[in-house]
Design a protein around this ligand. Structure first.
Ligand code: DP6
Length: 351
């Protein structure tokens, strides 16, 4: 398990690196999905969610204050950010500046190793790394809970990438003031028994998606008659998932994760107009997963806002599952991920 606390690292680094900081964060895959917001501005979700942080596809982000500059300069994978991506980063930096009482613009340089926009959670690692690096460079003294809350404002799922291994993001208080709701909605680590899991990622299409998850979840909440029933059943799924994780019961963890994900996709299919991320290749992979189970290998699928499939299995079965996935999607790519660490500052500023 990865127990290092981002808090300690932020505190230890902050004096030396104020003005410039580099952080690394990994994506996470939800086993109980976040789908639907109750507050678009604060990014408060309608449901609790629970995920596993991965040990692959890290994002490394450097934030450097630029006193005197008239605007933020943001580079993503060596290219100047523009449009919606730039707008989201600048809005996030505005939030950090407001809290830090600073007017300084910043230079942000982010290297993302995950295919962006393919339903592989690039925004989770991206905003978790940005939250940790921006907080440190603007001199904010934030603990892990506060960093999770902050990362949430960039992208909901980023709140979970602050923590390693398994993390649950609380939807938070539904009554009370906006401040109370904001304070109550953050992730926290979730205890797990002897699970030794792997996630085999079958990338069937690494291209960007046609409908952003932000737009898709808005449309689902507004128009899908299946949304409320799924949100209600997701509550039960979460309770059962916590118990299954604690018991180290991979079969139960997999079954609950698979039904929760399929349910989420059902809500989208019933939206008006429908949102369909699952492609023919996705269904072929799902057939293979069923076949593996019939052969006695506990393997369970989950899909996010894209056609790619993540197959949960025991680490000892991961090679066999990966081989089956490679045969199933000969044109795709297959990769084995394990539980990974939480977001952290790089010592010596990563240079
Ligand atoms: C399907 O966190 O990308 O991956 O909060 O609008 O930025 P925003 O959405 P985002 O949505 C992720 C949705 C999901 C499920 C999950 O990760 O829980």
């Amino acid at each position: 398990m990865h127990s290092e606390s981002p808090t300690t690292l932020v505190r230890a680094q902050e004096r030396g690196t104020a003005g410039r900081a580099t952080a690394v964060a990994h994506p996470n895959i939800a086993l109980i999905k976040y789908w639907g917001k109750r507050d678009e501005h604060l990014i408060l979700p309608r449901v609790d969610s629970l995920s596993m942080t991965l040990d692959v596809f890290p994002t490394t982000t450097c934030v450097r204050l630029a006193p005197g500059a008239g605007h933020d300069k943001v580079t993503l994978n060596g290219r100047p950010a523009e449009g919606e991506a730039l707008r989201r980063v600048v809005a996030f930096l505005d939030l950090v500046r407001e809290r830090a009482g600073s007017a300084h613009r910043a230079v942000v340089d982010s290297e993302n190793t995950v295919p962006t926009g393919a339903g592989l959670a690039s925004s989770a690692s991206g905003f978790a790394a940005l939250a940790v690096a921006a907080a440190a460079s603007y001199g904010l003294d934030l603990d892990a809970t506060a960093l999770s809350r902050l990362a949430r404002r960039g992208s909901g799922s980023a709140s979970r990438s602050i923590f390693g291994d398994f993390a649950m993001w609380h939807a938070g208080l539904d009554s009370g003031t906006a401040t109370e709701a904001d304070l109550s909605s953050h992730a926290e680590p979730v205890p797990a028994g002897d699970l030794d899991p792997a996630l085999v990622i079958a990338v069937v299409n690494a291209g960007p998606k046609a409908v952003s998850s932000r737009e898709a979840m808005r449309r689902t909440v507004d128009t899908s008659p299946l949304y409320e029933p799924w949100a209600v059943s997701s509550k039960g799924d979460l309770t059962e998932m916590r118990a299954a994780l604690l018991a180290g019961d991979i079969e139960a963890v997999g079954e609950i994760a698979e039904r929760n994900a399929l349910g989420m996709h059902a809500t989208m299919l019933a939206a008006r107009p429908a949102v369909r991320y699952l492609s023919p290749a996705t269904l072929t992979v799902l057939d293979s997963v069923l076949r593996l189970r019939r052969e006695g290998i506990p393997a369970y699928a989950t899909m996010d806002a894209g056609p790619n499939v993540k197959v949960l299995c025991r680490r000892t079965d991961a090679d066999r599952v990966a081989e089956t996935m490679s045969e199933t999607v000969p044109d795709g790519s297959v990769l084995v991920a394990k539980p990974g660490p939480g977001a952290r500052l790089l010592r010596g500023d990563g240079r």
